[in-house]
Design a protein around this ligand. Structure first.
Ligand code: PBG
Length: 326
C-alpha cells in the first residue's frame, strides 16, 4: 500500500483537511497564567529577564485576573514576595501576605476563576532555600513539612482553590492534605510539583521572585535532570499521599517525562513551561531569529501532545489572543 497508492499529502492539502485530522488541540481552557505578587509595590515592576512580565501589586494582580477572564484563561497561579524574609520563611503563611491578599481580592471579584497558590518557602527565607536549615546547613525535610502545611492552610483560608507545593520535600503532599482537612478545607485540591528537576531554566524566575539560594544549589531536593523512572515514582508517591493532579517541570526539556507520567498514572498531568523557556523564546524573537507567534503555539502544542492536560505558561495571554484569531 505504499506510494503511489498512499500519498500522505492528500490530507495536508487544505486548512480544513488539516483541521479535521489534527490529533492535538491547543485550547485556551488548558492554560494557566503565573502571576508574581508584591504587596508593597505602588505600580507594576517589569522583570528585566522576562519581557512582558511584571511583579504586580495586589491591584495589578486583580487587573490580570480581569484580563484572564476576558481572554478565556480559566486559571492563575500565584507567587509572592514578602516585605521581609527570615530563616523560617514566616512570610509564607502571613494571612496578610501578598499571595493571600491577591487571592482574597480576586476570589471576591471573580469567583469562577481557578486560583492556584504555589506553596513553597524559598521566596520567603533569607537564605533562599525551600525549607529551614539544620545545623549542617542542609534543608531540614521534616521541619519544613509543618511550615508548608501552615502556608497551605493560610492560602486555602484566603480562598485558593488549589494548593501547588513546589518545594520537593518528601511527605509534603500528605502533610498538606492532612492539615487542609483538619482546617475544614477538604474541597481544596492539591496539584503536586511531582517531577520538579534541578534546572538551569528557573534563572529568570529566581530574579523575579528574589529566590536565588544564597549558597549552594537545590540538587539535594530537586530531581536530577537525568532521571525518568524516578519521576514516575515521585508522581506515584504524590498520588498515594493525596495529590489530585501531578506536574512535570520544566516542560520542554522533559517532554518524555510528561509522556511517561501521562501513560503510567490516571491523574491529570500539568506541565510548567518555565521562566527560562519563556526567556529563550522572547530573546530569539527579539533578535529576529524566529516568529514568536508560530514558535509559541508550536511549543505549547508539543507540551500538550506529550500528554499534558494543562500548561502553566507566561505566554498564556498572548497564546489566548492568537488562538482567538486562528
Ligand atoms: C519555587 C518555585 C520555582 C519555580 C516555581 N516555584 C523556583 C525554583 O524552584 O527555583 C520556577 C518557575 C519558573 O522558572 O518559571 N520553589
Amino acid at each position: 500500500m505504499a506510494f503511489p497508492l498512499t500519498r500522505m499529502r492528500r490530507l495536508r492539502r487544505t486548512p480544513a483537511l488539516r483541521e479535521l485530522v489534527r490529533e492535538t488541540r491547543l485550547d485556551v481552557g488548558d492554560l494557566v497564567l503565573p502571576v508574581f505578587v508584591e504587596q508593597s509595590l505602588g505600580t507594576a515592576l517589569p522583570i528585566d529577564s522576562m519581557p512582558g512580565v511584571s511583579r504586580q501589586p495586589v491591584s495589578g494582580a486583580l487587573a490580570e485576573a480581569s484580563e484572564c477572564l476576558a481572554l478565556g484563561i480559566p486559571a492563575m497561579i500565584f507567587f509572592g514576595l514578602p516585605t521581609e524574609k527570615d530563616a523560617e520563611g514566616s512570610g509564607a503563611w502571613d494571612p496578610e501576605g501578598s499571595v493571600q491578599q491577591a487571592i482574597a481580592a480576586i476570589k471576591a471579584a471573580h469567583p469562577d476563576l481557578v486560583l492556584i497558590a504555589d506553596c513553597c518557602l524559598c521566596e520567603y527565607t533569607d537564605h533562599g532555600h525551600c525549607g529551614p536549615l539544620n545545623d549542617a546547613d542542609e534543608v531540614d525535610n521534616d521541619a519544613a513539612l509543618e511550615l508548608l502545611a501552615r502556608t497551605a492552610v493560610s492560602q486555602a483560608a484566603a480562598g485558593a482553590d488549589v494548593i501547588a507545593p513546589s518545594d520537593m520535600m518528601d511527605g509534603r503532599v500528605g502533610a498538606i492534605r492532612a492539615a487542609l482537612d483538619l482546617a475544614g478545607h477538604q474541597d481544596v485540591a492539591i496539584l503536586a510539583y511531582s517531577a520538579k528537576f534541578a534546572s538551569a531554566f528557573y534563572g529568570p524566575f529566581r530574579d523575579a521572585a528574589g529566590a536565588t539560594p544564597s549558597f549552594g544549589d537545590r540538587r539535594g531536593y530537586q530531581m536530577d535532570p537525568a532521571n525518568l523512572r524516578e519521576a514516575v515514582r515521585e508522581a506515584e508517591l504524590d498520588i498515594e499521599e493525596g495529590a489530585d493532579a501531578v506536574m512535570v517541570k520544566p516542560a520542554l526539556a522533559y517532554l518524555d517525562v510528561i509522556r511517561r507520567i501521562a501513560d503510567q498514572t490516571a491523574a491529570p498531568v500539568a506541565a510548567y513551561n518555565v521562566s527560562g523557556e519563556y526567556a529563550m523564546v522572547k530573546a530569539a524573537a527579539a533578535a529576529g531569529a524566529l516568529d514568536e507567534r508560530t514558535a509559541v503555539l508550536e511549543l505549547l502544542t508539543s507540551i500538550r501532545r506529550a500528554g499534558a492536560d494543562f500548561v502553566i505558561t507566561y505566554h498564556a495571554k498572548d497564546a489566548a489572543r492568537w488562538l482567538q484569531k486562528t
